[in-house]
Ligand binder design. Structure first.
Ligand code: AVI
Length: 311
């Protein structure tokens, strides 16, 4: 698991209401945070391992290569706050290098946080573990005055529209008590490479996308026919983003929550945008959000970037 958007739980995350409202809109849409029920989180873990999905392994390699420098920039006596408790593999690199006083994983899922704490407690006996059940996309207040290093890997920032991304960065900045933010950002690149990453040969991303329909059937008693929809994920070069859709392959109707939703053949549900940035465009956005962009690390192919932003 890689992201903060991940691990949204089946309990009551507003899926029913969001889906009925989203299907009533033209064009139809649903927020991408609803991908991450248990099945969706497992599918996302598989995406992170795909040969076509360069992001996860590139970010991990960057963290490993630059851990000492990152730790130096973070400084001593800090707390690390992770926005969306993500891949333990990534945060362990930081915990080992920066040796913070405390780790505050922040996630919408209390169950996942308990797993994180259990996994880390044995290996880091001196580390204070302070899990926080919270939705980091909402206004945030984290008690305490210690200087913090925020951690937001996985290019989850790309799943927000630029205005919302800027607002999120601003809110994160407000929780750092004068510290900085370490953030992973996927880069603009050859569209063919991006296209392959979201249209993998094994069909895992397609299954991840269609799991939204299966989830609606499982949890909400809807009657979607997942085979009646196609996964469609083109790169939009003007907007510099991958757009993900579920496209109806026929004229069909779906029952959900006592309501009927009609689909024309070819009509789509917009399920995700994944924005890509240049190093410069991201630094500019971070500066608009009030940060001072300091260091940036990227791989030789310029696939992915990690930024250290000071507040
Ligand atoms: C979580 N997020 C950064 C992923 C991305 O690349 O935008 C989600 C994803 N969607 C399809 N593949 C991966």
């Amino acid at each position: 698991m890689d992201t903060g958007l991940a691990r949204a739980q089946a309990q009551d995350d507003g899926f029913a209401q969001a889906l009925t409202a989203g299907l009533a809109r033209a064009p139809k849409q649903i927020a991408c945070k609803y991908f991450y029920d248990e099945t969706g989180s497992h599918l996302f873990d598989r995406i992170c391992e795909l040969p076509e999905y360069y992001q996860t392994r590139t970010e991990i390699a960057l963290l490993e290569r630059h851990a000492a420098e990152i730790a130096g920039l973070m400084g001593r006596n800090i707390e690390i706050v992770e926005f969306g408790a993500g891949s333990l593999r990534k945060v362990r690199i930081l915990l080992d290098a920066a040796r913070p006083d405390a780790y505050l994983p922040l996630d919408i899922s209390g169950g996942y946080l308990a797993t994180v704490v259990r996994a880390l407690a044995a290996d880091y006996p001196a580390l204070a573990l302070r899990p926080l059940v919270a939705d980091f996309t909402r206004p945030l207040c984290i008690a305490g005055t210690a200087r913090r290093a925020g951690f937001f890997p996985g290019s989850t920032i790309g799943n927000f529209q630029p205005e919302a991304a800027m607002a999120l960065l601003r809110r994160m900045r407000g929780t750092l008590n004068g510290g900085g933010l370490l953030i992973g950002v996927d880069l603009v690149k050859d569209p063919a490479r991006l296209h392959a990453a979201y249209n993998d040969a094994g069909g895992v991303t397609a299954a991840f996308n269609k799991n939204l329909l299966a989830r609606a059937n499982r949890e909400l008693g809807a009657d979607f026919d997942p085979d009646g929809f196609a996964h469609y994920a083109p790169y939009n070069p003007a907007a510099q983003r991958i757009e993900m859709y579920l496209v109806s392959l026929k004229r069909q109707s779906v029952q959900l929550d006592g309501r009927r939703f009609d689909f024309a053949s070819g009509e789509s549900i917009h399920t995700e945008d994944s924005h890509k940035y240049t190093i410069e465009s991201f630094r500019e956005m971070a500066a608009h959000a009030g940060f001072r962009p300091r260091a940036v690390w990227s791989d030789a192919e310029r696939l992915f970037s990690i930024h250290w932003l000071e507040s």
